[in-house]
Design a protein around this ligand. Structure first.
Ligand SMILES: [Mn+2]
Length: 419
């Protein structure tokens, strides 16, 4: 028996930060690609671990593609089995009520664990234990009521949408230890959009398949689906298949020692091209777009001109890499001027003092400065007018980071004036 796994498809959404008129970047396109992949891979089952439909457009946009996709799968002899997540707790119930069981089956309604046994060649081949979100939130761990485990030598796979190692989560907190000692041979989870496989033999493998289509720049790296086999009554390790049409990630550019604008521009271009080619090669033929967060670092005489040099790059720079397009979503830079730090550390000029302060912060020191800045940040944080911003509370770490960034800007300005 062969099984395809996906989850967190969020049908109704579309990958962000790419041109409005670009096609093939909707979550529903990814779903239809999952259907094709399942048929091509000759799987027997498709398992979906919740948040198949997005809350915002859930019913109207999801119902058509889900019916069409599961019907195409059923025609190829492939059954789709799902649990619902916090986004689609109500949609999947309605879909399951409308469609025949051999096409689409929802496990674990009303927050009650449910076992479904899949047969192959007239024999029980796999037990699936599933639990579905009964409402938008679920603060108790579903594992508190899980009692399945082995019974008859037939392998068991658990299917649940929830938050691993976040005990206070309102999205079905799951703890690793309970999963490991559950007796199941494998766990397929949903909720986290980055893929993650936890596998220490002989414990069960535990998998977040991740969203098949990367949906925003925070969803970096590879996205796709997974396939595993059940052979000789054992559940084999899952294998990843890349599927996303977009890849989001960072591209570091080191401009150390660069002295002219032309050389600076060439360096940025060649770094982006090279990185895009590597990504294109690794991700295969589904890839249509590569979106970079470019991070420029290094010591350069052009430090105080970087903002001006890279202005417009997000809007204007685009490369074709094979049949994929590479573009820049955002540029950040943390460059230092090409200055003689040793001399400045002994200098009492404004630039010298700034360089000394930065060095102290980098060495983790200057407790007074950090405490003072933190007190100011906390005061601002308490102000009613800023509350809607939902920023993390000021900590020692982010205060330190903020101070360093500010000092770097001051140094760049001052160094620019003297050079
Ligand atoms: Mn979720």
């Amino acid at each position: 028996m062969r099984v395809l796994i996906s989850g967190d498809i969020h049908i109704g959404r579309r990958s962000s930060k790419i041109p409005e008129n670009a096609t093939g970047f909707r979550a529903r396109d990814a779903w239809m690609k999952i259907v094709e992949t399942a048929i091509k891979e000759r799987v027997d089952l498709v398992l979906l671990s919740g948040d198949v439909a997005d809350r915002d457009n859930r019913f109207w946009e999801a119902i058509g593609p889900l019916e069409a996709g599961t019907s195409k799968l059923a025609a190829a002899g492939i059954q789709t089995i799902a649990v619902s997540g916090n986004h689609d707790f109500d949609v999947l119930v309605r879909l399951a009520d409308d469609l025949p069981d051999e096409q689409f089956r929802l496990l674990g309604r009303n927050g009650q664990w449910e076992r479904y046994t899949v047969e192959k060649g007239g024999h029980a081949a796999l037990h699936l234990d599933g639990w579905s979100f009964p409402a938008e939130h679920a603060s108790a761990s579903p594992l508190d009521t899980y009692q399945a485990g082995h019974s008859d030598g037939v392998p068991v796979v658990g299917l649940v949408h929830g938050d691993l190692a976040q005990p206070t989560s309102r999205y079905a907190p799951l703890d690793l230890r309970s999963l490991e000692t559950s007796g199941a041979d494998a766990w397929v989870l949903g909720h986290i959009h980055a893929k993650k496989l936890i596998h220490h033999s002989p414990s069960p493998w535990i998998l977040y398949p991740g969203s098949p289509q990367a949906l925003d720049p925070g969803e970096t790296g590879e996205h796709g689906v997974w396939v595993f086999n059940v052979q000789d009554n054992s559940v084999q390790s899952p294998e990843f298949i890349p599927l996303s049409t977009i890849w989001y990630g960072r591209c570091g550019v080191d401009v150390d020692g660069i002295e002219t604008r032309a050389a600076f521009e060439s360096k940025v271009v060649s770094a982006i091209k090279q990185h895009a080619q590597d990504v294109r090669q690794a991700m295969g033929s589904n890839l249509a777009a590569i979106s970079f967060r470019v991070e420029i670092t290094g010591a350069t005489a052009l430090a105080n001109q970087v903002s001006a040099i890279v202005a417009g790059i997000e809007k204007d720079l685009q490369f074709n890499i094979g049949d994929a397009v590479a573009m820049v979503e955002k540029v950040t830079h943390c460059v230092t001027p090409a200055i003689n730090v040793d001399d400045l550390l002994r200098s009492s000029s404004a630039l010298g003092v700034a360089v000394q302060m930065l060095k102290e912060l980098e060495d983790g020191g200057n407790a007074d400065l950090i405490a003072e800045a933190m007190a100011d940040l906390q005061e601002a944080d308490r102000k009613r007018s800023y509350r809607a911003l939902d920023c993390p509370p000021p900590s020692r770490d982010n205060t330190n980071r903020l101070l360093k960034a500010q000092l770097q800007q001051i140094i760049n300005q001052l160094a620019g004036q003297t050079s």
